[in-house]
Design a protein around this ligand. Structure first.
Ligand SMILES: [Ca+2]
Ligand SMILES: [Ca+2]
Length: 153
């Protein structure tokens, strides 16, 4: 039954889906950039595309992002989380929503030398880590308005 519903969504996405270069998952479209970019510049690049640096709100979305990383051959990506405004309080930027879901590597976040930006790392089994915001890495933008999703609200 689930498989049938999934296929129905696939068909809808072919007709009304995400723009070229973007991948559909639930109510959002996602774009992977392999261009090594700082966390702040990643935020800006996503905003220029009418999106935001990806917010990972569930285990299923986290698994989807992992699959995107594998498909695009990127080992580390910036996620849109930060504890920049209040040390130890992790929020999704730019709105500042507190994490409802998180998947930090054991021992992380450790604020090593003042790390405030959220990265997902292949060499830590795709778990999360706080990292130096100035590091240049790949990033994933999320556009929450998936035109292929028939559910409104
Ligand atoms: Ca920190
Ligand atoms: Ca860290």
């Amino acid at each position: 039954m689930i498989r049938t519903i999934g296929c129905l969504f696939c068909l809808l996405h072919i007709a009304f889906g995400c723009h070229s270069g973007w991948t559909s998952f639930n109510t959002s479209c996602y774009h992977v950039s392999g261009e090594p970019t700082s966390w702040m510049d990643s935020m800006k690049m996503c905003e220029m595309r009418g999106a935001y640096l990806v917010h990972v709100d569930s285990a299923s979305e986290d698994e989807f992002v992992t699959s995107l990383m594998k498909t695009h051959g990127v080992s580390d990506v910036w996620l849109g989380g930060s504890d920049w405004s209040s040390e130890g309080s992790w929020v999704w930027e730019p709105e500042g929503n507190i994490f409802q879901y998180s998947k930090f590597t054991p021992g992380q976040p450790n604020n090593h030398n003042g790390e405030n930006c959220l990265m997902k790392e292949a060499h830590h089994h795709y778990y999360w880590n706080d990292k130096d915001c100035d590091l240049r890495r790949a990033y994933i933008c999320e556009d929450p308005n998936n035109p292929g999703n028939p559910v409104v609200g």
